[in-house]
Design a protein around this ligand. Structure first.
Ligand code: SIN
Length: 533
């Protein structure tokens, strides 16, 4: 027998987007669902860089707007960029009101850092590189005081429940339980997906292991429109010591003067871009990738930093290095690009509405158009905050429609057959992640994308009864690959070795549904791939 919960709004995900939204939805009754214990799982908590906001004396939201547009290689929704850059100082004020203390100097002015492609120092941070961790902690503490929020921990959401094309809730299951019949039905007229991005579908990522696009997969299966799926941002400097996920070394380290060098002590970024180490993130990541492909090793060099300053400015990075027995004062730090952020996702309007009635998306799960083809560093937490407020405003404006106690047949949503054991699924998950890294990673071509499609089919065939996670990961991989095939140009994070130039005629965001992708892939296979496979 399944359990049934009812509320005005269900939020799936407990990162900054989910928490801020839950807080802002007062007085609506909110149920916030999270897979693990609150605070245990989100990319937000791992964010090191901080929040970009034009709060410096020499700065202005218009300059922040211009930098965001410039870094993004087109394809922005300019209204979304205008919104986040204009709202940024207000968000900072709100966060200070709930007792979030950003780093300040002795004169009590914000200690702002600079990251790639920002023309001003405008990144607010907490305890150096621990912004995400502290913000999430404070938001949780604040949210727990709010009576309108109910937390459901250790619950995974599997499906969106629809009735006559309207979202009416979600079906999930309780994790970590011996109860056999552990399904759960959460009924509400509004469901917001805030499950983060897709990092873990790539072999190298800075995201937590459970971040593999499940919110996007759920929305895609419910028929929601998706957008910009081809644009995956690789962070240039993940610590390269064979850990999965790879520890992030914040871009602010380069902002403070760290150099990128190879094993010949060559500062290779100097010949790639006038801004050198602080060139836009896609350019730096690709330069490192190409350098490695040519057999060179790549490093971050901080040996010239003032003694003791690295540890003080970047305590998280320092701890990672300590564990790896690397001393930034005397050693070079090995680095590699790793999947970090997805500009694509569920297409939403400026209020966070998807194309499915009653379904909303927030944060990295959504695609607002604020980041174009390449996100400006530290704009992601900002976007999550601003859009959480937008969604809350929109839902709070809607008339409160008490849910009729309609009997919805949710049995259809429960799994019919036993799926792959976790151990067996792991093998295929790893094969899929390696395939994505190799064929759909920093460099793509028609040939590599076709190879990826062939591999997806093989994995699906051999793994037989897919686990829910593998099924989601395959769907996300196909969606990204499909979008990458359609974009026959190089732009921002999407680089095609067979179309190396940007094509001004393709300055249009690609919007599509999972059905369109399935149809294309089926036809493409019949026409071309079945002969190769
Ligand atoms: C970083 O600290 O380099 C990451 C910041 C971001 O991804 O915005």
């Amino acid at each position: 027998m399944e359990s049934i919960y009812k509320s005005d709004v269900i939020i799936v995900g407990s990162g900054i987007a989910g928490l801020m939204l839950a807080i802002s939805l007062y007085p609506r009754k909110v149920t916030l669902v999270t897979k693990k214990n609150l605070g245990e799982m989100s990319s937000s908590a791992w964010a090191q860089g901080g929040i970009a906001a034009a709060v410096g004396k020499d700065d202005d939201p218009n300059i922040h707007f211009k930098d965001t547009i410039e870094a993004s290689s087109g394809l922005n929704n300019e209204e979304a960029v205008r919104l986040i850059t204009k709202e940024a100082p207000e968000i900072v004020k709100f966060l200070e009101k709930i007792n979030i203390q950003f780093d300040r100097n002795e004169d009590k002015e914000f200690l702002l850092s600079i990251e790639a492609a920002h023309s001003k120092r405008r990144v607010l941070k907490i305890n150096g590189d621990q912004s995400g961790k502290f913000i999430v902690q404070k938001l949780i503490a604040y949210a727990k005081l709010q009576e309108h929020i109910t937390f459901l921990e250790n619950v995974s959401i599997d499906h969106i429940v629809q009735n006559e094309n309207k979202c009416e809730g979600v079906v999930g299951h309780i994790n970590k339980t011996d109860i056999v019949d552990n399904f759960i039905f959460l009924q509400a007229p509004n469901v917001v997906l805030a499950t983060g991005g897709i990092g873990s579908i790539f072999a190298h990522t800075t995201n937590p292991r459970d971040i593999y696009g499940e919110g996007i997969a759920m929305a895609a299966r419910a028929g929601a429109e998706l957008c910009d799926m081809e644009f995956v941002q690789f962070h240039p400097t993940a610590l390269d010591i064979g850990l999965d996920p790879a520890p992030l070394l914040t871009e602010a380290i380069r902002g403070e003067g760290a150099l990128l060098v190879d094993d010949l002590d060559n500062r290779f970024m100097k010949s790639v871009h006038e801004k050198g180490e602080l060139a836009p993130r896609d350019i730096v990541a690709r330069a490192i990738f190409n350098h490695k492909a040519q057999g060179r090793s790549t490093y971050l060099d901080c040996r010239h930093f003032k003694k003791g300053s690295f540890k003080k400015m970047f305590p998280t990075a320092w701890e990672f290095l300590q564990k790896a027995n690397i001393n930034s004062e005397t050693d070079l730090i090995p680095i590699t690009p790793a999947a970090h952020y997805h500009m694509g996702g569920v297409k939403v309007d400026l209020d966070g509405r998807t194309s499915v009635l009653g379904l909303w998306a927030c944060g990295e799960t959504s695609s607002t158009g604020a980041h174009g083809a390449n996100r400006l560093a530290s704009n992601s937490l900002l976007e999550a905050f601003v859009f959480a407020k937008q969604i809350a405003k929109a839902i709070n404006h809607e008339p409160l429609s008490p849910l009729e106690l309609k009997r919805i047949n949710i049995e259809n949503y429960f799994p019919k057959e036993k799926t792959l054991s976790k151990i067996r699924a792991k093998k295929y998950i790893w094969q899929l992640r390696s395939t994505m890294m190799r064929y759909v990673g920093l460099e793509r071509s028609k040939h590599s994308l076709e190879q990826a499609l062939i591999e997806f089919d093989r994995i699906e065939r051999e793994s037989k009864h897919l686990s829910a996670k593998l099924k989601d990961m395959l769907l996300i991989s196909r969606l990204i690959t499909y979008a990458a095939m359609q974009r026959e140009e190089s732009r921002g994070t999407h680089y095609r070795s067979d179309f190396i130039k940007m094509n001004p005629n393709l300055n249009k965001r690609k919007v599509f549904t999972a059905n369109e992708m399935n149809l294309f892939v089926a036809n493409y296979k019949k026409q071309y791939l079945d002969k190769i496979a």
